[in-house]
Design a protein. Sequence first.
Length: 269
Amino acid sequence: MMRNTNIVEEVALLASNMYRLGWDERNGGNISCMVDESDISDFVNTERVIRRIPFNCDFGELAGRLFVVTGTGSYFKNMERDPEKNIGIVRLCENNRELELLWGYSDGGRPTSELYAHLMTHAVRLKRDEAHRVVIHTHATNTLAMTYTHTLDEREFTRTLWRMCTECIVVFPDGVSVLPWMLCGTDEIGRETAKKMQDTRIVVWAQHGIFGAGRTLDEAFGLIETVEKAAEIYIKTLPAEKIINTITDEQLKELAKAFGVKVHEGWLQ
């Protein structure tokens, strides 16, 4: 996936970037990246298990897979400075009852409490795209704010974002999905997020943040970044009594045709 580079360093750098953007306060947000042995062989002995971490799950299709995962309680601002403490590389055991820690969590930590939601999403997205590798959860500020002022209807939420910035329909023609507020860190929100991920690569958690998926760290981040930029424009123009200029449905169709993207069926007039 990312040959000739240290994937842990890439995750730590991304975490620092999102912290600087103000999206990941305190220990908010998490990242998981599915890797091959060749991606980590330069610095990890995959035959050496540091310790086993209990983790009851049922992801037979992911058994034996390797994941780089940010740690629970870890601050994004600290990951670049001390990745071995704040990030881990784990293998999902065949028995679906534990994880094998191969590197990281040097202070005795464990993966993010939202790992279940990450793995559910990985499993679903792999069925849709065999090149899928990355899941990012972040508290993108303006997207979060938008869930307070905009209907949570997925079609309308998407259409508003598409209209905010010309490239939006090109970057996420599949639209965005939206979940109402749910308790975070639970199996339920993981299941509901995975259901939404069957159709879109972005799921907005109302009053919480974003879940985004992609083939690479750059792709997943860029997807979230584009949604967040559109949400920022929406928030900044919200006080206006009336928006007199917008990107019309016909113009959106023209954009989709020009860039050869397939738009979510029925979401344009």
